[in-house]
Ligand binder design. Structure first.
Ligand code: NAD
Ligand code: ZN
Length: 367
C-alpha cells in the first residue's frame, strides 16, 4: 500500500510502498477514505512534539472496514467508520473511570513508542524495518485501529469529510462539553479559529452559547468562523485581542475562553479574556516544556479556572458527536475547505505551516 513516511525531523513527507498491515486481536483494518491535516502532525514534523522516526503520521481518519480480528464484534467488513485519534486500551485505571483521554497505555505505548498495545507497530518497510505509528498511522491507504477507537460513520455525511470527526470535532467536543462545560447563554471566546477552533465555535453554538467571539489573525478565517456560529470577531493582528474582547463584553470578559493554538501569548490572552469566576480552557499543544505566565492574584482573586483539554472521552463522546453530525446539528463538511490527494501530502502540510488553510484540509486516498 502507499503510506506517508517521515524519516527525520524537518524532513519531507514521502510516499513509500509498504506492506499492507494486518490487524491482531481487538483490532480493525480500515481502508482509509480520508485523513485530516492536523497541526499536531505538523508539530511532530517540526520536532516540536517528540516522536520516534521513521514514522507514519495521520490520526484523523474515516474509511471502510476491510477486516476485523476474530474477537471484534462492534463493526463488520464493509462498514463505513470514523476513527478517534485516541484509541483507549479499555483496561487501565483511567479507562475504567471513563477518562479515555488519559489512557495511560495509549500514552506509554503509542505516543512514546509509536506502537500498539502488544508493544509492536503494525507498519514496516519492505525490508522488515519498523515504522512507528502516530495513533493509527492514518496517512496511508490502510490503517490498523484498535476497535475501541472505531465507530460507525454518520449517515448522510460524505464518508471522506467524516474523517475530521476523529480529531478536530472530537477534540472540540471534549473541550466544550467536559472542560469548558458550556451552558446556554454563556459567552465564549475562541482564540485560534483554525481546524480545531472552527469546530469549537460550531459546537459552542450547538451547546447554546450566547455570544461567541472568534479571535484569529486572518480575516478569511474570521469570516469562515462567522459562518459556523461566531457572533463577533477580533483580528488579533490589527488590535489588542484582550481589549477587543473586553470592548465586546462591557469590559467584563467572557465566561469561557478556549485557546486553540498553543503559544504563550495566546494562552495568556485567553486567561486575560476570562471574566471573574470563568474558565480558561487550553487545547493548543506547545513545543517541549514551553510555559505561559499567568497573573497569580488575578487567578486567585477572580476565581478563574485554568483547564487543559486533550481529545475527549472517546467511547462516550465520539458517538455523541456522530449523532449530532447525523442530525445536522453539527456540519462535518463546512469546516473543510481543501482536498488534497495522498501524493500532495507534503504540500498540504506546508500550506498548513504557512497558515494558509482556512478551517480543515483533508487528504483523500482515492484521489
Ligand atoms: P490550525 O493551524 O488549523 O489553527 C491555528 C489557528 O490559529 C489558525 O487559524 C491561525 O491563523 C490562528 N492564529 C495564529 N496566530 C494567532 C494569534 N496570535 N492569535 C489568534 N489566532 C492565531 O491548527 P489546528 O489543527 O486547529 O490545531 C491547533 C492547535 O491545537 C495545535 O497546537 C494542535 O497541536 C492542537 N491540538 C490539540 C488537540 C488536543 O487534543 N488538545 C487536538 C488537536 C490539535
Ligand atoms: Zn489532531
Amino acid at each position: 500500500m502507499k503510506a506517508t513516511v517521515l524519516s527525520e525531523v524537518g524532513g519531507r513527507l514521502q510516499i513509500e510502498d509498504i506492506p499492507r498491515p494486518q490487524p491482531k486481536a481487538g483490532e480493525v483494518l480500515v481502508r482509509v477514505a480520508a485523513c485530516g491535516v492536523c497541526h499536531t502532525d505538523l508539530h511532530v514534523v517540526k520536532g516540536e512534539v517528540n516522536f520516534p522516526m521513521p514514522c507514519v503520521l495521520g490520526h484523523e481518519v474515516s474509511g471502510i472496514v476491510e477486516e476485523v480480528a476474530a474477537d471484534v464484534s462492534t463493526v463488520r467488513p464493509g462498514d463505513p467508520v470514523v476513527c478517534g485519534f485516541i484509541m483507549p486500551c479499555g483496561f487501565c485505571d483511567y479507562c475504567a473511570r471513563g477518562r479515555d483521554e488519559l489512557c495511560s497505555t495509549f500514552f506509554a505505548m503509542n505516543r512514546l513508542q509509536g506502537v500498539l498495545y502488544d508493544g509492536e507497530s503494525r507498519l514496516q518497510r519492505p525490508d522488515g524495518s519498523k515504522l512507528a505509528m502516530y495513533s493509527m498511522g492514518g496517512l496511508a491507504e490502510y490503517a490498523v485501529v484498535p476497535a475501541t477507537g472505531v465507530f460507525a460513520a454518520p449517515a448522510g455525511v460524505a464518508l471522506s469529510d467524516a474523517c475530521i470527526i476523529g480529531c478536530a470535532m472530537m477534540t472540540a467536543y471534549g473541550a466544550v462539553k467536559n472542560q469548558a462545560q458550556v451552558q446556554p447563554r454563556d459567552t465564549v471566546a475562541v482564540v485560534g479559529a483554525g481546524g480545531v477552533g472552527s469546530n469549537v465555535i460550531q459546537i459552542a453554538r450547538a451547546f447554546g452559547a450566547g455570544q461567541i467571539i472568534a479571535v484569529d489573525i486572518r480575516d478569511d478565517k474570521l469570516e469562515a468562523a462567522r459562518g459556523l456560529g461566531a457572533t463577533h470577531t477580533v483580528n488579533a493582528a490589527e488590535e489588542d485581542a484582550v481589549a477587543g474582547v473586553a470592548a465586546l463584553t462591557d469590559g467584563q470578559g467572557v465566561d469561557i475562553a478556549i485557546e486553540v493554538l498553543g503559544r504563550p501569548e495566546t494562552v495568556q490572552n485567553a486567561f486575560m479574556m476570562t471574566r471573574d469566576g470563568g474558565r480558561t480552557v487550553i487545547i493548543g499543544v506547545a513545543p517541549g516544556t514551553t510555559t505561559a505566565a499567568i497573573e497569580i492574584t488575578r487567578l486567585v482573586r477572580r476565581g478563574i479556572q485554568v483547564l487543559g483539554s486533550y481529545g475527549s472521552r472517546v467511547r462516550t463522546d465520539l458517538p455523541e458527536v456522530i449523532t449530532m453530525a447525523a442530525r445536522g446539528q453539527l456540519s462535518v463538511s463546512q469546516p473543510i475547505t481543501r482536498h488534497y490527494t495522498l501524493d500532495q501530502v507534503d504540500e498540504a502540510y506546508a500550506t498548513l505551516n504557512r497558515g494558509d488553510i482556512v478551517g480543515r484540509a483533508i487528504i483523500t486516498m482515492d484521489g
